[in-house]
Design a protein around this ligand. Structure first.
Ligand code: PMP
Length: 447
């Protein structure tokens, strides 16, 4: 690894007085609805290290919710942002065409091909990418229904929120968008109940077929949208055969298969996109998060003829593909390529998975360890029962680890999962340092 990698942090923590003041200040002026995942502060950050309001150095295992695969403030990305901001901040791609937008689309089509001809539209966020993907799928099929899954997260705008599963993310926000149908995610760990994985997948694929009689007619289904690795849902990995089954089902019925890769994209799983592990090509896909190293940018990609089905004027927006964000994304992709972050994600995943496996043997409170590439998660349950989530353990772990200088993120509807989304540029030393803190705090809490 290069000089990007910080190898250690200043272990001496200086207390959290200023952090507490900032959190109080936040509570006074910012509505409660803007949730707090981790009661920490950030003043500046570099690589995988955050410096907080008390001048503590925190090891970042959250990556700003999976946005910082290339690390905090990579030098080349900062420079690209500065240079672009000095030249052109905005002109709106609807008003005038500029190189950054085109170059980024061409680059994305190169690393994330969708069949022979790929077309790309840029967005500001993941939710916006999802909204547009559904609009395109509906226009391409002249149908309205969309199938999604339990434990899915697709964003907080109205269609994306409707597609999202977790009730806490949508309480009181309805009425939700019509014509959305939800199937159980093929989650063998929680719901396999004595079936082998193969038997379970057969059962779930049959459930999909049955849904065409009991839930919605196939000729009304525009799209099926799925995360190949559920992000907010707790890193549930869609089984290979189920994904192949979805592809076959969609082909048979003329349905658009949409992969939401907002969290799993850009080297996180060891490939540019998780779909490249599966050898299954989506019709449409959605991207954001680590694409721009923190600048707000996302994309909808798809087979050219499908993307072209959307009528002029039906997709777009004032800021989409802002020149500064495009420059950040191009520099991020360059850096990911140069630093070979796909391979780095695999190295990192082996280290995390092996340490999690050791912890699972040691601590009875760990129910499952799972993931794809560097999307690794650890699930806490009571009485070794997948259906008895232990959210208190996760909440205590997050708070105790923060006091020791390690920033963690939870996941899952029941908040009983810890997911690792650290920058991929983290050094092995720093990663192990963070995992040591994690294990020590776990040891104290495990009864
Ligand atoms: N899809 C997935 C899979 C996500 O993980 C997220 C964000 N957590 C979104 C969509 C929404 O992205 P954004 O917050 O940028 O709107």
């Amino acid at each position: 690894m290069s000089e990007l990698t910080a190898t250690s942090v200043d272990k001496k923590l200086l207390g959290f007085t200023n952090t507490e003041t900032e959190i109080k200040r936040r509570k006074k002026i910012v509505p409660n609805g803007v949730g707090i995942f981790c009661p920490s502060t950030t003043v500046h950050a570099n690589g995988a290290v955050i410096t907080d309001a008390d001048n503590n150095q925190l090891i970042d295992f959250g990556g700003g919710i999976g946005v910082l695969n290339a690390g905090h403030c990579p030098e080349t990305v900062v420079k690209a942002i500065q240079d672009q901001a000095a030249k052109l901040i905005h002109s709106s791609f609807h008003v005038s065409t500029y190189d950054g937008y085109l170059s980024l689309c061409e680059r994305l089509a190169g690393i994330l091909p969708h069949g022979k001809n790929t077309k790309v539209m840029l967005t500001n966020t993941g939710a916006e990418a999802v909204e547009n993907a559904i609009k395109i799928a509906r226009q391409a099929t002249n149908r309205s229904a969309v199938i999604c899954f339990t434990e899915a997260f697709h964003g907080r705008s109205m269609m994306a929120m409707t597609l999202t599963s977790k009730i806490n993310y949508k309480t009181g926000c309805g009425p939700f968008a019509p014509e959305v149908y939800r199937l159980p995610f093929p989650d063998h760990y929680h719901f396999g109940k004595g079936l082998t994985e193969d038997e379970f997948i057969d059962q779930e694929l049959k459930r999909l077929d049955d849904a065409t009689h009991s839930m919605v007619a196939p000729e009304n289904i525009a799209a099926i949208i799925i995360e190949l690795v559920q992000g907010e849902g707790g890193f549930n990995v869609t089984p290979q055969r189920y994904v192949e089954g979805l592809r076959k089902f969609c082909d048979e019925h003329g349905i658009m298969l949409i992969f939401d890769e907002v969290q799993s994209g850009f080297c996180r799983t060891g490939k540019w996109g998780a779909y490249q592990h599966y050898n299954v090509t989506p019709d449409i896909s959605t991207w954001a998060k680590s694409m721009g190293s923190g600048m707000p940018i996302g994309a909808v990609m798809g087979k050219a003829e499908i993307m072209d089905a959307a009528a002029p004027g039906t997709i777009g927006g004032t800021y989409l593909g802002n020149p500064v964000c495009c420059a950040a994304a191009l520099a991020t992709i360059d850096l990911m390529e140069k630093e070979n972050l796909n391979d780095r994600a695999i190295e990192l995943s082996k280290l995390v998975a092996s340490r999690f496996a050791i912890m699972k043997n040691k601590f009875s409170c760990i129910g499952d360890v799972r993931g794809l590439g560097a999307m690794q998660a650890i699930e806490f349950v009571k009485n070794n029962d997948p259906l008895q989530p232990d959210a208190e353990m996760v909440s205590a772990l997050i708070n105790n680890c923060l006091q020791r200088g390690l920033l963690l993120l939870s996941a899952g509807s029941n908040k009983n999962i810890i997911r690792i989304l650290s920058p991929l540029v983290i050094s092995n030393e720093l990663l192990n340092e963070g995992l040591d803190i994690f294990e020590e705090e776990l040891q104290k809490l495990n009864k």
